[in-house]
Design a protein around this ligand. Sequence first.
Ligand code: ATP
Ligand code: MG
Length: 350
Amino acid sequence: MTDLLLLPGDGIGPEVTAQVRRVAEALTPDLKLEERLFGGASYDAFGTPLADETLAAAKAARAVLMGAVGGPKWAGVPRDKRPEAGLLNLRAGMEVFANLRPALCFGPLADASSLKRELVEGLDFMIVRELTGGIYFGEPRFIEELPGGGKRAVDTQVYTTAEIERVARVAFELARGRRNKVASAEKSNVMDSGLLWREVVTDLHKREYADVELTHILADNAAMQIVKAPKQFDVLLTDNLFGDILSDAAAQLTGSLGMLPSAALGVAGKPGLYEPIHGSAPDIAGQGVANPLAAILSFEMALRWSLDRAAEADRLYAAVERALEKGARTRDLGGALTTVQMGDAVLAEL
Ligand code: ATP
Ligand code: MG
């Protein structure tokens, strides 16, 4: 059985995942790795961004780690064959409904934040975003011409009790292993789906997670608090739309896009999907200068959440921290290390 399926993808994807492979071979040599084409690279080879065998391999692995997909080369490809369609189909096929986006700020990088050092130094909170429901998927959705001229556009936000409860459960479980706090963000003051969200989270908390400290926060206030006093958060639970916005805001607190990992989880026991939050960065692809830490930290999350290797995850996290403390910096962090040299710096600390 494959432990970790690597999907390097396009652009800088293969460059950063190559460093993950080196780290994995040094830290966890017994893990069984497998690698497959994905995204534009798969389209070029097989005429589809996600081959059936690749999806089957992803579902059969214990964890999947991807680099990034897409790029200008595939801009003219029909929508359903684009690299990004492959990613949506992979997420849907793996049924990963909870997106974990850490907002991390390593001390040595605190000056790169858009906030003052004291507000972000040591920042470590986790956004849990619902990923497969809500307004991006709700029906009906359409744009229609109005008889009197002009148009009307409709999107629909739909959430069921079951959808809210399963993602809330992920947030509560995570909090128990952290600082034991969940803040749940919605707009229950103006949206019925927000009201149901609050009701379901409150109810689950009462039934099963009364030991966790739960607060409810309106999503607009959450946005304000993220840029005002982000260290107050431990786990921030929210829906698909608000999570999209709040997690991009939080990413900006933490220095470079090249530092931030993510995980997407489904039901317990099924493989998780791990990926850096950055894209394929066509502007620097092929130059060997991309920061591999977002991909390496995505592997750290895979070790922790899918592969049952928390001790190795701790070692890897500490190695990244020490490499940064000693001044290892790729270009996005204001330094001159290449992708491979940043990999070397982490390996040296392992
Ligand atoms: P996508 O639509 O695929 O998410 P994007 O438009 O958000 O892509 P990215 O590909 O993430 O863009 O790149 C945004 C900017 O950040 C680019 O200038 C890119 O070079 C830079 N960047 C992204 N990832 C890294 C990285 N790992 N190391 C260094 N720079 C990066
Ligand atoms: Mg992007």
